[in-house]
Design a protein around this ligand. Structure first.
Ligand SMILES: *Cc1c(COP(=O)(O)O)cnc(C)c1O
Length: 409
């Protein structure tokens, strides 16, 4: 089996050869993975910084997660009833996440942000929502919107303009834009990635999240942190803990499922109980809280705590960041926050989508190809973030730095 023949076949049966578009940019098919490493069907080994686009903070095939999933498999995979594991999982989340008293488990980050926005609209009886240009909250209608000539337009074909007409895109890290968008006191929620991870890695400016929190309080707007990437990565309590700013509603995904599909909506009981069956905001799903994701997620949370994963991972992360900084050419910049990073060429820094548009993407792709040849798998787009796992140890990091010094120009 080789990559070229699989690609030929994949393109016959799967649109573009893939089931999710970004994967079309990666020229290999994976056979297996373990820890910080992936192996393709031709046996080539890669150090993985893509890590499933974020979930795999414990690396691939962590033994505790595999054991938990195997144990659950023996007892069945779906019941259509509640299970004790769901309660244990919810309790654990509530224990470690600030400001969350109850959760609803769904199956993807997309469903989580869709549910969170519906919840916010149901709670406030308002229809408008504010998003940040260039942010990603999944693949559903009202967040696939972009600013266009002072108004808003769908960012995908197939979405009626009416479905984004209540979405207001504003510039990230711009508190004046936020204040203006919320000033009419008729916005249900503002949803944001505390660290923008779908334009590479853009941290919030100092004081930005605090200011947004303040404006939300003044205008009766609910603040939604989309922590699908940052949750359980920046800290056990995610960006809320790391930046010490409370959101009204939080969404999780990725890491929380221990490598299996998941999405989570969390908030105070008074807000959460607007969801069905207690309240009138509809949410449901055949696979919601499914036993395999619950078992894997619960095992992941245990390991994160027991092994003090963040402390160790952040230490190797700093080692990598310091190493990269020494190797960067003068016209490149490294942006990072606790376990996520990206390199931009041809700019001094990137604070929002307009600055992201100015980066030298072709140079990034040349760098990416060079790294891939050296056996380092980074995300195949400058607008995705690199991630580091618990299994990226000093020798893995040294090998990565050696490759970077060879490839970067
Ligand atoms: C990945 C991602 C999502 C969507 O999650 P899926 O599980 O892919 O649907 C939502 N928000 C953010 C910030 C993400 O990075």
């Amino acid at each position: 089996m080789n990559n070229a023949s699989l690609l030929d076949e994949a393109q016959q049966y799967l649109v573009g050869g893939v089931n999710s578009p970004i994967r079309a940019l990666t020229p290999f098919f994976t056979k297996k993975a373990r820890g910080a490493y992936l192996w393709d069907v031709e046996g080539k080994e890669y150090i993985d910084y893509c890590l499933g686009y974020g979930p795999l903070i414990l690396g691939h095939a962590h033994p505790d997660i595999m054991a938990a999933v195997k144990e659950q498999l023996k007892r069945g995979t779906l019941y259509g009833t509640s299970t004790e594991t769901e309660i244990m999982f919810a309790k654990e989340i509530v224990k470690v996440v600030p400001n969350v008293e109850m959760i609803r488990c769904v199956n993807t980050g997309t469903e989580a942000t869709m549910g969170a926005l519906r919840l916010a609209r149901g709670v406030t009886n308002r229809e408008k929502v504010v998003v940040f240009s260039g942010a990603y909250h999944g693949a559903h209608e009202c967040v696939l919107a972009k600013a266009k000539k002072g108004s808003v337009a769908p960012s995908s074909k197939g979405i009626p303009a009416a479905l984004v007409s209540n979405t207001i895109p504003v510039k990230f890290n711009d508190t004046e834009a936020v204040a203006a968008a919320l000033s009419s006191n008729d916005v249900a929620a503002i949803i944001l990635e505390p660290v923008m991870g779908n334009l590479g890695c853009i941290p919030p400016k100092k004081g930005f999240l605090e200011e947004v929190r303040k404006i939300c309080n003044e205008t009766g707007t609910l603040l939604i942190f989309d922590e699908v990437i940052t949750g359980f990565r920046l800290a056990m309590g995610g960006a809320q803990e790391h930046y010490n700013v409370d959101a009204d509603i939080v969404t999780f995904g990725k890491i929380a499922g221990g490598g299996l599909p998941i999405g989570i909506i969390g908030s105070q009981a008074g807000i959460m109980e607007h969801f069905t069956p207690v309240g009138k905001v509809y949410n449901a799903g055949t696979f919601n809280g499914n036993p395999l994701s619950m078992a894997a997620g619960l095992a992941a949370l245990h390991v994160l705590k027991r092994d003090k994963v963040h402390r160790r991972m952040h230490r190797s992360f700093d080692e990598l960041m310091n190493g990269i900084r020494c190797l960067l050419p003068e016209d490149a910049v490294l942006q990072s926050v606790k376990g996520m990073f990206q390199i931009y060429f041809g700019v001094d820094g990137v604070c929002d989508h307009t600055e992201a548009a100015n980066v030298d993407k072709e140079r990034y792709m040349r760098f990416w190809k060079g790294m891939l040849k050296e056996g380092i798998f980074m995300p195949p787009s400058n607008y995705e973030s690199n991630f580091v796992s618990y299994y990226h140890d000093s020798s893995t990091i040294q090998n990565t730095l050696d490759a970077i010094s060879k490839v970067i120009k």
